[in-house]
Design a protein around this ligand. Structure first.
Ligand SMILES: Nc1nc2c(ncn2[C@@H]2O[C@H](COP(=O)(O)OP(=O)(O)OP(=O)(O)O)[C@@H](O)[C@H]2O)c(=O)[nH]1
Ligand SMILES: [Mg+2]
Ligand SMILES: [Mg+2]
Length: 511
């Protein structure tokens, strides 16, 4: 809706469409979860994967083990115009929401200590043959890493620390690991539960339901898609693949059995774009379908302080977590922009990892802290956010970016204030819309007698989040130790278009 002279900053956004005929794979992996192999953790991951397949019609297959999952989109998918960062962030955000929501089902006696996060990337697979190689590669890694984990955690349970245990098994091959399990722990690896050794496949299949019976007693059947979770020893084998008609239909059959994955293929599966060095990185996230989400959860119109404060809290958590890299954030409505400093080397500036981790952490914090802001209202469906990263080469352009967002906030807020005032005065939504079409909003505000400047400043200015550097230079002395404080992360509602704020806080965008 909003047009401003700052809009040109959009031209720094780059196209990231996954072109046909590539098959879209989304690989996700938990950040920093390393703990004893727990079957409940695997079942939780599986249950989240099932929800992903339920939610997104285009995801037809998923394969996961340990703390990772891969989602495979049908060949013809046009999900979010196949834009990689959208596809990745939405899947990972939704997965994070479900993970938080379902945690208690699988760990009833263990509270989730902090917001979990996942990172990932989109992997374009050029052909069914490449997909077959990908699946073989991941399942080989499942076998190997599970053997390691089974040995490692048994050694730890026996009293070793993690490093000592690693020192013993690192470099062990399959048979050495098997022998260790057998000789030391009397465990035959092949008898362990398949969910550990083989990983889990979640897929859509067709089943026939009897919907009713004819007068003569004959059943009337209807085919419906059903999501199943299976464990199979060879998911890249012809037999497994070709016996699932849904997979055959979507991707075609596997022609040959394969035993090896060529290093070139692995290289392509692992490739990850790095963002240009010495540029500001903006990660903007935005709620998916928040129009509907806000209706369903009865947000106050047009601005709901609870919803905005929850967004702000999540942004503060992001700045606290990434305190070395993110220097500023600006939020309005269902969106937040996070500014990573020019010199940041977060995840070696790998775009997917930066965007996915931030989106995931923000989402899981949102779900975990929801009830503090909406104690009377249960989450009716799970929120998800999309995200993208854009590089800006100069501070001037970065400031124009922030101005663009704040002008947007301003114009939207003026429009919404008029709109809801008209509706409150008895006009229908359509009438209100028509009367505002092409109108000078400033004039309308006067006409409608809206005391605009009396509206809460958070609604008018949006929210700026940054570290209050007043005490940055303070050196605290505790127990004789000295350390530098990073400053407290604060939320302010201020004008960031004019120069005043930036002159008063020269350290924020200090190059
Ligand atoms: N009532 C109310 N609605 C809000 C508030 N904040 C955000 N929203 C809703 O969230 C929407 C955000 O706009 P968009 O991000 O453009 O639209 P969206 O519905 O999220 O759709 P996509 O982002 O394209 O998935 C607004 O249009 C509002 O409907 C709020 O404080 N109160
Ligand atoms: Mg939105
Ligand atoms: Mg929005």
């Amino acid at each position: 809706m909003a047009n401003s002279k700052y809009e040109y900053v959009k031209c720094f956004e780059v196209e990231d469409e996954v072109m046909f005929p590539n098959i879209i794979l989304v690989w996700i992996n938990a950040c920093n979860i390393h703990k004893p192999y727990d079957v409940n953790a695997l079942k939780l991951m599986n249950s989240c994967a099932v929800e992903v397949l339920e939610e997104y019609a285009d995801v037809v297959l998923a394969y996961g083990f340990g703390d990772e999952y891969t989602f495979v989109f049908k060949k013809t998918s046009k999900f979010y115009e196949r834009r990689a960062s959208k596809v990745l962030s939405i899947v990972i955000s939704f997965f994070s929401s479900v993970f938080v929501r379902k945690w208690g089902e699988f760990f009833p006696h263990k509270e989730l200590q902090c917001s979990p996060s996942f990172h990932g990337r989109v992997i374009p697979c050029a052909s069914t043959e490449a997909l077959q190689a990908y699946l073989l590669w991941r399942q080989n890694i499942c076998h190997l890493s599970d053997q390691h984990e089974q040995c490692l955690w048994r050694l730890v349970e026996r009293g070793m620390n993690l490093n000592e245990a690693w020192d013993i098994i690192k470099g062990f091959d399959k048979s050495e690991l098997n022998n260790l399990l057998f000789d030391e722990f009397n465990v035959n690896y092949n008898t362990l539960e398949p969910i550990f050794r083989q990983g889990s496949c979640v897929l859509k299949t067709l089943v026939e339901d009897i919907v009713k019976y004819k007068d003569n007693g004959d059943p009337i059947k209807r085919q419906r898609r059903k999501i199943i979770t299976v464990h199979s020893k060879k998911i890249a084998g012809k037999r497994f693949w070709n016996e699932h008609t849904v997979l055959l239909k979507d991707f075609g059959g596997f022609v040959e059995e394969i035993n090896n994955v060529t290093p070139e293929y692995v290289r392509s599966f692992e490739s990850d774009i790095k963002l240009m060095p010495s540029t500001w990185i903006v990660v903007r996230i935005d709620g998916c379908h928040f129009h509907r989400f806000s209706e369903l959860h009865e947000f106050v119109k047009p601005n709901d302080s609870r919803a905005l404060n929850l967004m702000n809290l999540c942004a503060v958590a992001v700045l606290e977590k990434f305190w070395e890299d993110i220097v500023f954030a600006y939020g309005v409505s269902d969106e937040y922009s996070f500014i990573l400093k020019k010199t940041s080397d977060l995840y070696q500036r790998r775009a997917s990892k930066i965007v996915s981790t931030i989106v995931s952490f923000f989402t899981s914090t949102y779900v975990m802290r929801w009830s503090e802001f909406f104690p009377q209202s249960e989450l009716k469906y799970l929120p998800s956010f999309d995200g993208r990263a854009v590089c800006y080469p100069s501070t001037e352009i970065l400031r124009d970016y922030l101005s663009w967002r704040q002008v947007d906030c301003h114009i939207n807020n003026q429009y919404n204030s008029c709109f809801w005032k008209l509706v409150a005065s008895g006009k229908s939504k359509r009438e209100a819309q028509n009367s505002l079409k092409g109108a000078q909003l400033q004039k309308k505000i006067e006409e409608l007698d809206i005391d605009y400047n009396k509206l809460p400043v958070m609604f008018r200015q949006g929210s700026s989040v940054y570290r209050d550097k007043i005490d940055t230079d303070l050196i605290h002395h505790e127990n004789g130790n000295t350390f530098e404080s990073n400053g407290k992360v604060i939320v302010e509602h201020i004008d960031i278009i004019g120069p005043t704020f930036w002159l008063e806080h020269p350290n924020i965008l200090d190059e």
